[in-house]
Every structure is written in structure tokens, then in C-alpha cells.
Design a protein around this ligand. Structure first.
Ligand code: SF4
Length: 238
């Protein structure tokens, strides 16, 4: 088995081998990634919508308020937009997020007969992704987050840190949107590394490859990076 995997990796494209090398360096720098846990899919989906453009503390507060007001999705029933908006106000952007949550949960109930997504569990990754993306307002990042954080799937959500790091590394064009990057990288990152790279790149983006004044001179993947030399040369990195 080990020999089979080694020969499979030898036959990979240069791009995939480079991605593997970056993954190894990041694991050396930040340590191995803990195994994913399972969580109820609808909870994770709603939590991910609430987490958009706000802090973890605020989105957690909004999620708890929502569950205190409606302890089950059945109880959520016909909750009005005003009621939802009021409940999630502590999380910010409540006027935007309330109709989004209402529309997603209504669509799930229309398709599944109740607000429940355990029917996705047996489906392969591509079908799960397509289903989630077909829900109203669910973009690539939300779909990938739900797969990674509630279904233990090997997904690569592109948040603001990951987006910055993959562009600087030259894995996608400098002007590529998060959505474009998601589409391009989903197939290029070898299976088994996607979730791990997501977590490692967030850590790397927070600690070293920061938005302002990245620490390129101490970066563990400097020799794999297109941007590091340029950022050091123009003085925007240290
Ligand atoms: S060399 Fe600099 S820009 Fe490149 S990944 Fe490292 S910290 Fe980021």
C-alpha cells in the first residue's frame, strides 16, 4: 500500500508535488492537524452564514440566541423575518442574514420535508457540494465549510487568509477572486490534503503571511513563493 501511494505521488503533476511540499513545510512549522469532528449539517450551515463578515464571538452569540429562541428547527417553523432579525442582531448584519437563513431553511424543508440534511451523508463529495451550492445564497466558501466542519469531508474553504496565501504563493492569479480560486484549486490540491491545508494556511496567514508587513524573511515556504522576494524588495515585507 505504501509503495502504491509512493508511486502514485511520483506520477503526480509538478503542481501537485509542489503543493505536497508546501503542506509538509507547513506541518513542520505549525504541527499536525487534529482530526475533523462531525457536527449536525444544518447547524453548521446556519452557523457559517452567521459567521460571515463578523467575529467568532459575535456569530457564536447570534447562534446561541437563535437556538434559545427556537430550540429545534421544527420549532423554527414559520418564524418571521423580524423575529429572526431580532434574535441574531448580536451577530451583526442581521437584516442581510435573516432573509438568507429563512430562504435556506425554507428550501431545505421544501426538498426534504423537514429542516434536516442527513440525506447528504451517503453522497459523494461532488454531489454534496452541488446540493449545498444549489441552496439560495450558498457560495463556494459556505459549502466547503459545511463539508469540512460538519461532514469530515476533504474540502478547501477559501477564507480571507487562505485567499491571500494562495495568491502570494502563485497557486492562482493575483487577481483571482475567492470563487475563482476555489474552482481552480479544488481539483489541483491532492485528495487528503485539502482540509489540512485550509487549517494550516489560516495559521500561516495569521502568524506569518499577514496582510500587512508579512514576515517573509522567516517564512517556512519562502522558497516556494512567487511574492516573497518582491515584497521584501519593495519594503512591504520584513
Ligand atoms: S514568502 Fe512572504 S508572501 Fe510568500 S508565503 Fe511566505 S510570508 Fe507569504
Amino acid at each position: 500500500m505504501t509503495r502504491f501511494l509512493a508511486s502514485k505521488q511520483r506520477n503526480e503533476s509538478p503542481s501537485a508535488r509542489r503543493i505536497r511540499a508546501v503542506h509538509r513545510r507547513l506541518v513542520e512549522a505549525y504541527g499536525p492537524i487534529q482530526a475533523q469532528r462531525k457536527a449536525p449539517i444544518v447547524e453548521c450551515l446556519v452557523g457559517t452564514v452567521l459567521s460571515q463578515h463578523t467575529s467568532d464571538i459575535n456569530s457564536g452569540r447570534a447562534f446561541r440566541a437563535l437556538r434559545e429562541r427556537w430550540p429545534s428547527w421544527d420549532a423554527f417553523g414559520e418564524a418571521s423575518l423580524d423575529e429572526i432579525e431580532e434574535a441574531i442582531r448580536p451577530g451583526g448584519l442581521a437584516r442581510l442574514k435573516a432573509p438568507r437563513i429563512r430562504a435556506i431553511l425554507d428550501e431545505i424543508r421544501a426538498r426534504e420535508g423537514r429542516i434536516e440534511l442527513s440525506s447528504l451523508e451517503p453522497l459523494p463529495d461532488d454531489e454534496v457540494y452541488a446540493y449545498l451550492r444549489s441552496l439560495p445564497g450558498v457560495g463556494p466558501k459556505t459549502a466547503a465549510c459545511v463539508m469540512a466542519f460538519s461532514m469530515q469531508r476533504d474540502a478547501f474553504p477559501i477564507d480571507t487568509h487562505v485567499h491571500r496565501v494562495v495568491r502570494r504563493l502563485g497557486w492562482v492569479a493575483g487577481k483571482a477572486s475567492a470563487e475563482t480560486a476555489s474552482g481552480e484549486l479544488a481539483a489541483r490540491i491532492p485528495a487528503g490534503l485539502r482540509y489540512q491545508l485550509h487549517v494550516l494556511m489560516i495559521e500561516h496567514g495569521r502568524r506569518v503571511c499577514r496582510a500587512r508587513r508579512p514576515l517573509c524573511s522567516e517564512c517556512p515556504v519562502f522558497d516556494f513563493c512567487d511574492a516573497g522576494v518582491l515584497l521584501l524588495a519593495d519594503g512591504s515585507a520584513v
